[in-house]
Each structure stands twice: as structure tokens, then as C-alpha cells.
Design a protein around this ligand. Structure first.
Ligand SMILES: Nc1nc2c(ncn2[C@@H]2O[C@H](COP(=O)(O)OP(=O)(O)O)[C@@H](O)[C@H]2O)c(=O)[nH]1
Ligand SMILES: [Mg+2]
Length: 477
């Protein structure tokens, strides 16, 4: 029987707790450097990925659902000596699945805070309070039986806790991760300064979007925007967010979350209406997954999508692309069936762990889009997970260096200009609409519609150039 192991990662609750412990007056960003299930449990690999990276936190998730580890403000190295750090601490976050946050500060002025040695993984304290592993440890079934140990209490004040109460008396772990910890701050002046967060701005943006009409002269009923991204990136939530704004209340028309974790990829074409049964706006949001490591869309399907051959509710079959003659195949797509702009939906809080294979797929798709002249943007979702303060007030976004960093990172990964990366906070657990959330989402949509306009203008120019050529040819005859 195959046991499905839940992916272990640092949750938002863990991040906030660690951030408070590290320095409660600051906010912190955690970037994954090393993960044994991905990179292998090997001391050299750990040092290759984590040495000289500044402050880090090491987190272990054991087979009893306990979560614990150590923080150090000093950089790891491979010198074979102790590294002093007054700020280092050990901690436990969960015990047998329940939150039990406890911080264990260093006691000897941090002289023996960590031990950097090429043959050991992360090692804390004198002789050692926590030595995670040495050399290489192979995975057995679903876990790693770490060959390290914990002699707690040498260099860290354990507050009455011990090997049993923190580690359940063993070193069997499902996962061990090391994150780089960066402080970030709020700027005095925003990095994008011309955003107005007033209700008149919200109304103006809504008006811009509702009055959007495709370029005349193209015989176009509507514009089509394709949302593409990994499962869980927030595609359906983005449609719901936009739809909610025009409905006037938070709605969840598109299924969100785990309901869609099946193997099929269903293509949906959603109109957005003003109010219930109101008139549909002149654009449609098309929702498809297809950026999965194990189940990407093949080239033929990507072309079919972009060229408008795919009908609403089509179920993609990875082993058999849609072909002429199949049910629903749009044989003669009009310009209004085609995709006019692609929005890659990327979870901003996990950009640093997008698998290599997915990046390859994105590059491949981008090549096809470039050939067809289709503009591309990125909707960077879950910004509230990058920077907690934003969940209380979205208008802080352009003051946050963490968001700025993520935008830059996404732009680099996607090979697009920074101005094509549009951060959004989707409605997720809220029950009421929020003006600033709406403004940010509408800004992204208006920008997408500008790109749609560019695409249509190019099409119009093409048609006019063709007509000119024809006329010249006729005159010639
Ligand atoms: N915190 C937060 N959660 C989000 C955001 N966008 C989506 N989510 C959550 O992420 C999960 C996956 O979203 P979903 O829209 O179904 O992703 P899809 O697979 O791309 O359609 C859901 O639990 C959403 O509530 C966001 O901006 N912030
Ligand atoms: Mg979805």
C-alpha cells in the first residue's frame, strides 16, 4: 500500500512564531535553502546550500508530528569549529501535532552556539545539544532515521524540557529543512508610489473595467485572458476575487482548494457579470491548471488553448491531445475564441521552490506565446503570506521590501520585466469585501486589459497591412 505523506513545510503560524522569537520588533522572510526530501540528507549538500548565507533556521518534522529545531544568526561554515552567537536558540513548535511553542535560549553567552563541520549537518551546542546528522542518511520508506543525537541542556536552557518531551525520544524525521532568515522592513516611501487607495479610485477602476470594449474593427465580442499555473496557485481564487468585486459581495463561484486535486484538468471559461444575471463584461477569464511536474499540458494542447480550439469544460487528457474531429473541438476559431493575454498565476510565498521541471514548462509555453505574439503577465498571489502585515491592510504592499524582493524574484524567474508582475491578495477566508483588496485586484485586471489592447492593436495592424498589400497587388494587376 502506498502511504501518502503530507508535504512538511513551515506553516504561517510557525513563521510568525519564529519571527517573534528572533526579533519581535521586526518582520522576517523565510527562504528555503535546503530540504532533505528534495536535496538528500547529506552533510556536504547541506554545507553547499547553507554555508555563508547569514541567519538560518533549521526545522525538523518528526514521525510523531512534533516540530522542533534551532535558529542561529551566525552563518554556517565548514571550518570544524564552534561558532559563537548570542542570539542562537533551540525551539519546539509542535508536540505530537499540537502547538506547543517554546524557545530555549543559549546559556553560555552563545560561545558554543553552533558547530560548523563539513562532515556534520546542522549542529547546535557544546558536544552537542543537537546534532542532526553526519555524512549521509538514506530515506527508509517514508522517513529518515537520522544518525545524530541530542544531549540537550549543555548550551541551551531547556526550561525543564528534554529529549523525550521535545523529540519524543527518537530522531526519526519525515523532513528537515533549513531556511535563510532575512529581516525586512517597511519603507518610509513606497517603492511604487502612484497608487491611490481611495474609494473614488476603486470606483474609477471599476468603471475602467466595466467600460472595457475590444478594439473596434476586429469583429470581437470579448477579450479572452488565460490563467495558467500550478494547482493551488490561486487561479480560481483570482476569478472569484474579480467576480466578487462586480457582484458586490464575496462569492465562491469557482471551486477553490482541494476539490480540484484530482488528475483531470478541466478547462473553464468564465464570464464576469455585474451583479447577478447582470450583463457580462467584455472579457472572459479562462482557468486551467497544467503546470504540474507530473502532468503538464503538452505542446499540442498549449497551442490548442492559445489558438482557441478548446471548448469550455473540456477535460484535458495528458496522453491524448485534443484533435480536429474530437467532440467540442472548435474547428474555425474566431479572434474572440483565441487567447489575447496570458496571466501566469504564481504563489508568491513559494516562488523559491518552484520545481525545475515546472520552470522548463513555463519557458516552453512562453516560447509558443512569443511566437504568437501573446503578451504575458504574472499574477503573484498570496502576498499576505509573504508579509503578514498585508493581511490586515493591503495598502501597505508598496511599503514592504519583502514584496518588492518577491516581485523582483518572480520577474527574474519568468524572464519578464518587473512591471509585468502584478501582486494580488485574493479573497480567501474573508466574508466582507475590502476596498484595498479590491483596488489591488482591479489594478491587476486593468493592466491585463491594457496588454489585451496591445495584442488587439497588433492584430488590427496585421489585418490593415494585409489589406494594403492586397490593394497594392490589385492595383498592380
Ligand atoms: N492567503 C491566501 N490564500 C490564497 C490566496 N489565493 C488563493 N489562496 C488559497 O490557496 C488555495 C488554492 O487556491 P485556488 O484558487 O483553489 O488555486 P488554483 O488551484 O490555482 O485554482 C485555497 O485554499 C485558497 O483559499 C491569497 O492571495 N492569499
Ligand atoms: Mg482552481
Amino acid at each position: 500500500m502506498q502511504v501518502h505523506v503530507m508535504a512538511k513545510e513551515l506553516t504561517q503560524t510557525h513563521r510568525s512564531q519564529l519571527s517573534k522569537w528572533i526579533d519581535s520588533s521586526k518582520s522576517h522572510k523565510f527562504t528555503l535553502l535546503y530540504k532533505i526530501s528534495r536535496d538528500g540528507c547529506n552533510a556536504h549538500t547541506f554545507h553547499n546550500l547553507c554555508d555563508h548565507k547569514g541567519p538560518t533556521v533549521t526545522v525538523l518534522y518528526n514521525t510523531d508530528n512534533s516540530v522542533y529545531g534551532g535558529y542561529t544568526a551566525a552563518s554556517w561554515n565548514s571550518n570544524g569549529s564552534y561558532i559563537a552567537d548570542l542570539k542562537a536558540f533551540l525551539f519546539k513548535l509542535e508536540s505530537k501535532g499540537s502547538q506547543q511553542p517554546m524557545k530555549f535560549p543559549s546559556i553560555d553567552k552563545g560561545t558554543y552556539a553552533i558547530y560548523g563541520f563539513s562532515k556534520y549537518g546542522p549542529t547546535f551546542g557544546n558536544g552537542y545539544d543537537l546534532k542532526c546528522f553526519g555524512g549521509t542518511v538514506n530515506q527508509s520508506e517514508n522517513h529518515f532515521r537520522l544518525n545524530g543525537y541530542a544531549k540537550l541542556g549543555n548550551s541551551y536552557d531547556m526550561q525543564g524540557q528534554d529529549y523525550k518531551s521535545v523529540m519524543n525520544g527518537h530522531m526519526d524525521v519525515l523532513e528537515l529543512e533549513v531556511y535563510c532568515v532575512q529581516e525586512f522592513e517597511f519603507l518610509q516611501t513606497p517603492w511604487l508610489s502612484n497608487v491611490n487607495w481611495s474609494s473614488t479610485q476603486e470606483e474609477e477602476l471599476k468603471e475602467n473595467v466595466t467600460s472595457y470594449t475590444p478594439l473596434p474593427g476586429l469583429d470581437l465580442q470579448q477579450a479572452r485572458i488565460l490563467l495558467v499555473g500550478q494547482v493551488g496557485a490561486g487561479k480560481s481564487s483570482y476569478f472569484n476575487t474579480i467576480n466578487s468585486i462586480f457582484r458586490g459581495h464575496v462569492s465562491a463561484q469557482a471551486n477553490v482548494g482541494s476539490a480540484e486535486f484530482g488528475l483531470t484538468t478541466i478547462y473553464r471559461i468564465y464570464p464576469v457579470r455585474v451583479g447577478y444575471e447582470g450583463r457580462p463584461l467584455n472579457f472572459q477569464l479562462c482557468d486551467t491548471r497544467g503546470l504540474e511536474e507530473d502532468q503538464g499540458l503538452n505542446d499540442k494542447d498549449v497551442d490548442n488553448l492559445l489558438d482557441g480550439h478548446v471548448p469550455d469544460r473540456y477535460k484535458f487528457n495528458p496522453s491524448m491531445p485534443l484533435a480536429p474531429g474530437n467532440r467540442g473541438y472548435v474547428k474555425y476559431p474566431k479572434l474572440s475564441d483565441k487567447i489575447h493575454c496570458v496571466a501566469f498565476v504564481v504563489d508568491g510565498s513559494t516562488v523559491d521552490i518552484v520545481p525545475e521541471k515546472v520552470l522548463e514548462m513555463i519557458k516552453n509555453m512562453q516560447m509558443r506565446m512569443n511566437e504568437k505574439g501573446i503578451p504575458q503577465v504574472v499574477l503573484m498571489t498570496k502576498i499576505d503570506k509573504i508579509c503578514e502585515e498585508i493581511s490586515n491592510d493591503v495598502s501597505k504592499i508598496f511599503y514592504s521590501t519583502a514584496i518588492k524582493d518577491s516581485v523582483e524574484k518572480v520577474a527574474m524567474v519568468m524572464g519578464l520585466p518587473r512591471s509585468h508582475v502584478l501582486p494580488v491578495k485574493n479573497y480567501e477566508c474573508e466574508v466582507e469585501l475590502d476596498q484595498n483588496t479590491n483596488i489591488l485586484a482591479l489594478l491587476s485586471l486593468r493592466r491585463i486589459l491594457h496588454f489585451v489592447g496591445d495584442y488587439q492593436q497588433n492584430k488590427l495592424d496585421e489585418i490593415e497591412a494585409e489589406q494594403m498589400a492586397k490593394m497594392k497587388f490589385c492595383n498592380f494587376l
